[in-house]
Ligand binder design. Structure first.
Ligand code: ATP
Length: 349
């Protein structure tokens, strides 16, 4: 039997079955189509960048952000985006995990000739994740700290570098999972935001997800066939149990119908918020302590730090039925030294 030919070039032998479309393609066509789809995500509807933009790639050393660094470098050169790219990593202080993955980022920095900046939780907040976990336990507590601190740390790092735009490696599977989680939690207000390609407000640094429509399986294939250097160990602390359920459900759906991932994203995109939901969104202000954008007097990071400084243990961080943290407990109204460094953001008091 003659070899099956690539369905795109009709010339080379087909070696890959695309998880997203089922097409049988050769390696060069797979690379080409994967990169072109990301280029379309970046450029359609007027595009998310303009020439001269300084853009930080959130680099964890994992597969998504490593492929993102590679593809952004490739597309920037191929299509003359005119971007000044840089790598920005946050060292959460997780021994045996982040220290190793940061070595991978350092190697990527050399391979792609991109400057690298690393900021640590220890310097920014006075605690490593190892110390936080020792105080508050694993379970979903450590996810909460990590999520809140990392978001803010990336913003502060970007601000220090004079960067106006952060791109992250969140992929289509991550976004579809988030849509499902928001539906399962009844958090309709967040549905509108979680599918956005770009998120920004007056006081926050623009963020975008160029892999919004890229399937996780294709990202792994791309890294594998391109022989990219990445770190593939999961975080040693507990996984997000609630997201885990959404992930398993999504993988089951994908096995039956691969388009389920992109269909769920499209469903999320087309939800329209009713007036009463829009009215329920809180107005934003600046944290009275550190100046970071917040919907309360204290931003989430400062509220969490206050709890840590006052020795609140595992039971202080209550989670509701949907796994979300109730921050009322640590907010004790006692002041702590202002030690979140590195921001010139205006403080409105
Ligand atoms: N420590 C970090 N420093 C900088 N950016 C980070 C860090 N952790 C996560 N990010 C950014 O957030 C994105 C999503 O992070 P998440 O924790 O979901 O990891 P992931 O899906 O395993 O991604 P990756 O494969 O890139 O690690 C990453 O692709 C990266 O762009």
């Amino acid at each position: 039997m003659p070899p099956r030919l690539c369905q795109l070039c009709q010339t080379n032998k087909a070696l890959i079955r695309r998880p997203k479309t089922g097409q049988q393609v050769c390696k060069p066509c797979f690379f080409e189509v994967f990169e072109t789809e990301v280029h379309h995500t970046i450029t359609e509807n007027g595009g998310i960048f303009k020439p001269g933009d300084k853009v930080a790639i959130g680099a964890s050393g994992g597969k998504d952000s490593t492929v993102l660094a590679h593809v952004m470098t490739t597309l920037n050169a191929r299509y003359n985006y005119g971007l000044d790219l840089t790598l920005l990593s946050i060292d959460e202080g997780i021994t045996g995990y982040r220290d190793d993955s940061l070595l991978t980022v350092a190697q990527n920095s050399k391979e792609y000739a991109l400057p690298l900046t690393i900021l640590s939780y220890q310097d920014l907040y006075g605690y490593t994740m190892d110390e936080i976990v020792a105080k508050v336990g694993r379970k979903s507590n450590c996810q909460t700290f990590c999520g809140v601190f990392r978001r803010q740390a990336l913003d502060r790092g970007a601000e220090g570098l004079g960067v106006g735009h952060i791109v992250t490696g969140h992929n289509a599977d991550d976004i579809a999972e988030t849509v499902l989680m928001n539906i399962m939690r009844g958090d309709i207000a967040r549905l509108a935001r979680c599918t956005s390609l770009v998120t920004e407000s007056e006081d926050t640094i623009k963020r975008s997800k160029p892999f919004k429509y890229a399937y996780e399986k294709e990202i792994v294939m791309y890294a594998y066939f391109k022989k990219l250097t990445y770190f593939s160990t999961e975080c040693i602390y507990s996984p997000d149990a609630y997201r885990g359920h959404a992930r398993v459900f999504l993988k089951d759906l994908e096995a039956i119908r691969p388009s389920a991932i992109v269909d769920i994203i499209h469903s999320g995109e087309t939800f329209e918020l009713g007036k009463e939901v829009k009215g329920g969104l809180k107005a934003m202000q600046n944290c009275l302590r550190c100046g970071y954008i917040s919907s309360n007097d204290l931003c989430k990071a400062c509220a969490l730090l206050e709890g840590l400084d006052h020795g609140l243990g595992k039971d202080a961080y209550k989670h509701n039925a949907a796994g979300k943290l109730d921050l009322a407990a640590p907010a004790m109204g006692v002041s702590i030294p202002d030690r979140i460094h590195g921001t010139d953001r205006k403080i409105v008091v």
